[in-house]
Design a protein around this ligand. Structure first.
Ligand code: 3HC
Length: 280
């Protein structure tokens, strides 16, 4: 059993905190204010309750998970963590500030990981005092369901941190893969151009949104078609990652299609805003 700190209790942070607590780790999850702590913990409770209702978990296992979880607004409360996973907003400056605050309070031997989906691990580590103990651990949504974790070594990540990162992912029941510190790592490197291409296909009249989704779902066995997945991931998130990939590679396959940019501008962000390619 480890002590784990999770910074951020949004969609990803709450999922990460849940799987840590479920694995038996004493887990402290930090958000900026009480309302966000409560919202994040509420999301975890709802997922666990739904799991009980569906017979996926037992009331005793749910209660054991919740007993391993503590919410806080104070970074100092993760001071005795063996592992800290950062899952705050995707913004380099905010993450660097968070890492600096973290390094002031954590033990010197604590492993520090970021769940970034798009930022450069080496760049995030550059302002750290001990970049050798820092790496990327990229989880997938919904975190309690998706088995994959990408383990990303920055230029400064030490061998020990890399091994601990792989081992930690395994303690969560995840199946880790090693991914390069390049925009998109492995999965988004392939997924984002696919999603962008689906929008281009729609824009050029290949089919309706429903038919393109049905095509990929029924024809290729994908659990969701591209537009359902875009709404699920968030159009703003997709747009943000695409722009970072385009910035780095200057390859048109990563360029956001006009419709995506306009939908983000109009606030049609997918499930989170109630409307994306579909209405919720
Ligand atoms: N408790 C326990 N298990 C639960 C659960 C709960 N409350 N809710 C769902 N599950 C599990 C169940 O084990 C279920 O498995 P089963 O088939 O054995 O019953 C499985 O989740 C599927 O659940 P449902 O049947 O309720 O729902 P769906 O079949 O509609 O699946 C989904 C939902 C898992 C989201 C599926 O549609 C899916 O896999 N979609 C694709 C998700 C995806 O691609 N994610 C990656 C996004 S990219 C990303 O995250 C990277 C980022 O950087 C952008």
């Amino acid at each position: 059993m480890l002590t784990v700190g999770v910074l951020g209790c949004g969609l990803m942070g709450s999922g990460i905190a849940q799987v840590c607590a479920q694995a038996g780790h004493r887990t402290v999850v930090r958000e900026v204010d009480e309302a966000l702590v409560e919202k994040g913990l509420g999301r975890i409770r709802a997922f666990l309750d739904a799991g009980v209702a569906r017979g996926k978990t037992t009331p005793a296992a749910r209660d054991a998970t919740l007993a391993n979880l503590t919410g806080t607004t104070d970074v100092a409360d993760v001071a005795d963590a063996d592992v800290v996973v950062e899952a705050i907003v995707e913004n380099l400056d905010a993450k660097r500030e968070m890492l600096a605050a973290l390094e002031r309070v954590v033990r010197p031997d604590a492993l520090i990981a970021s769940n970034t989906s798009s930022l450069c691990i080496t760049e995030m580590a550059a302002s750290m005092e001990h970049p050798e103990r820092f790496l990327g651990l990229h989880f997938f949504s919904p975190v309690p369901v998706m088995k994959l974790v990408e383990v990303i070594r920055g230029l400064a990540t030490g061998d020990d941190a890399y091994r601990r990162g792989m081992d930690f992912a395994a303690t969560l029941g995840k199946d880790p893969v090693t991914a390069p510190d390049r925009p998109g790592f492995i999965v988004n490197r392939l997924l984002i151009p696919y999603l962008l291409d689906a929008i281009r296909a729609y824009e050029s009249g290949v089919g309706t949104i429903e038919d393109i989704d049905k095509g990929m779902q029924m024809g290729c066995g994908h659990p969701m078609g591209p537009f359902t997945l875009l709404d699920f991931v968030g159009l703003d998130t997709t747009y943000y990652i695409a722009n970072i990939m385009y910035e780095e590679f200057r390859d048109p396959q990563y360029a956001a299609p006009p419709l995506l940019r306009r939908m983000v501008a109009a606030g049609r962000l997918g499930r989170k805003s109630g409307r994306g390619f579909y209405t919720y």
